[in-house]
Design a protein around this ligand. Structure first.
Ligand code: PRP
Length: 211
């Protein structure tokens, strides 16, 4: 039996774009477009098995070798620092990690700044480079509510179009980290399945020139 390459795709709109890139790179799996409840799809002839994973879980599958390769946002890689190889910037899913606050917010550096975020480690690292004392409030979503309700002074979150901030009367204080989707690989499997992974990397790299 042919060795299959296991590929973890981030479920959702970004994942569909990523799959299209694999298809163009000549690693197709047409059944993935037919069914929207199944999570695993394979094309034995092409030697690929794709699975839909919650975007923030892709790096876990790859780190533990349940997936050989996968696509994860740079935000997740910076936040969780999984022990994987980062092979390629796919140049899609582009956005920024940013600090945002209510319009007119003035940082009083004599006070500890309260920061609400899903990205605790990224926020800590950013403020530590500034030498700024902070108090982190970890939230799981709807981060924009925190400064509006006085739960925090600022938020650290992803900004893509800026629409969410605008609709909630918040403004960007600083964009400090560009984010995009990255091709990642399990370290051991990168060696075992090197030829096919290198081939995919090479083909996807050509396609990123258009992104
Ligand atoms: C992200 C982020 C913002 C929004 C920014 O949330 O947390 O809320 O997108 O996008 P915009 O600048 O284009 O408005 P996401 O949709 O990923 O959902 P989440 O709240 O589950 O993180």
């Amino acid at each position: 039996m042919k060795t299959m390459l296991n590929i973890a795709l981030p479920k959702g709109r970004l994942g569909e774009k990523v799959y299209d890139m694999f298809e163009k790179a000549d690693f197709p799996c047409p059944s993935i477009k037919e069914n929207n409840r199944k999570l695993i799809f394979e094309n034995e002839q092409a030697g690929v098995r794709f699975f839909w994973v919650k975007p923030s879980d892709v790096a876990i599958y790859v780190e533990r070798g349940a997936a050989d390769i996968g696509v994860a946002g740079k935000d997740i890689l910076l936040e969780y620092r999984p022990d994987v190889y980062e092979l390629l910037d796919l140049k899609i899913g582009k956005c920024d990690m940013a600090v945002a606050a209510k319009a007119g917010f003035n940082d009083d550096r004599k006070r500890t700044l309260t920061v609400a975020t899903k990205f605790t480690n990224i926020a800590k690292a950013y403020y530590s480079t500034l030498g700024r004392d902070i108090d982190i409030i970890h939230l799981n979503g709807s981060i924009e509510l925190a400064p509006i309700l006085g739960l925090s002074d600022v938020i650290v979150d992803i900004v893509e179009t800026g629409a969410t901030l605008k609709e909630n009367n918040l403004v960007v204080v600083e964009k400090f980290q560009p984010i995009s989707a990255r091709l990642i690989a399990n370290k051991a499997n990168f060696k075992f399945k090197n030829a096919v992974v290198e081939k995919i990397m090479e083909e996807l790299a050509k396609l990123t020139e258009n992104n």
